[in-house]
Write a protein that binds this ligand. Sequence first.
Ligand code: CLR
Length: 429
Amino acid sequence: MSSVASASTWTTFIKSIASYNGDLSSLTAPPFIVSPVSQVEYSQYWAEHTDLLLAPNFITGEDEDEVALERMVAVVKWFISTLRSQYCTRNETMGGEKKPLNPFLGEIFVGKWVDESEDKRLGETVLVSEQVSHHPPVTGYAVINDQNKTLLQGYNKVTAYMSSTALNVKQFGHAILDFQKLEEQYLITLPQLHIEGIFAFSPFVELDGKSYIQSSTGYLAVIEYSGRGYFSGKKNSFKARIFRDKASSGDKENAICTISGQWSGVSGISGGPKRPSVKGGDDIFFDAHSTEPQHLVVKPIQEQHHLESRRAWQSVAAAVKEGNYDLIVQEKSKLENEQRALRRAEADSGTEWDVRWFDIVDLEDTADLVASGKPQDPLVSLAQVASLSTKNVTSGTAKGDKDDLKTEVGSKHWRFNTEKFAAETEVKV
Ligand code: CLR
């Protein structure tokens, strides 16, 4: 495509986002920013460092409080390690941020990470991702490690609006990391982000605002994000402070340790755990470039179920890779028409699509919670200690915030159903 032609489609695209608020999936993007990958695949970015995800399981010691702090530091390290995967992958593999394919209802993506450790203490880690809603788009996911009885689960939804300089994206949902052997849980809220560089034809993600990690041991991590020219003048900057509890987090001086640097590069730690083995030598906390992500192993397309993402999108993805715009449109409409026909048939027969591995749970409804077998949903207890909203609002919203006080917003959240997954017979990981 000539640069004049691409500039004009790009301008049309920017105008279409400028005049729009809300559901990103309805945007028609010019072909050169369409990715051949469905957003249902993005759940894999949570576990491209399985060793770090599972690390807290191997932290033991005499001093309970010290161990709890060391584990919190380990969870923060894992969380920071996910950010390069989550927010830089498209730039690193496709030359810029892209618009993912909009998953259809019931689309699934599964795979596994093999244990690459010498002592085989990690075991196999499985990823399960499912599009649980199409309007608005919501993705549920679970990362399961049976050998270490560790389960990460969560769901994600985004809304966006265009400002004069960037596309601002809010994330809804949260993740819950459950170390069942340790009986320790962590509530993880999702950072807000914006897409910069749109007017320069080279979109990329920058994180902003704050996110939180609340441990059931009381420790709270507050992570602040900033871009070029804020704390350090560098892109992808963050500062994470770990506090003994929510009460002490009111004063930054109370931080037990502070981790700062670039989430896509190097960060350092000051203060914190005494054991050097836990802290890491030379005060380097994490180096995203010296620890390459471990990629998920996905079955070949011929062996996949018809609802599996890469199989379902196969011809669209081929058209995207070819850069054939007409073919992209044609192949996409085929899939969308099939979906419309399915929805019509459901409406006619008065049935609804059966979500495969997830349930929607109303945290305001105790009967619903008891029925789901989880009268104490971790969000309720951990959001309570962290003083965060349990409503379906922007991730990390404080309790008592104006959004939290909106009565029309419910407290319905998606939860992974282990039994449903155990009973799965058609889809093989
Ligand atoms: C999805 C959930 C993942 C983290 C994540 C990373 C990048 C985000 C993506 C989420 C949602 C969709 C997103 C994307 C970056 C760009 C893309 C906001 C939150 C939008 C739809 C693309 C707009 C088009 C631009 C290229 C201008 O865990």
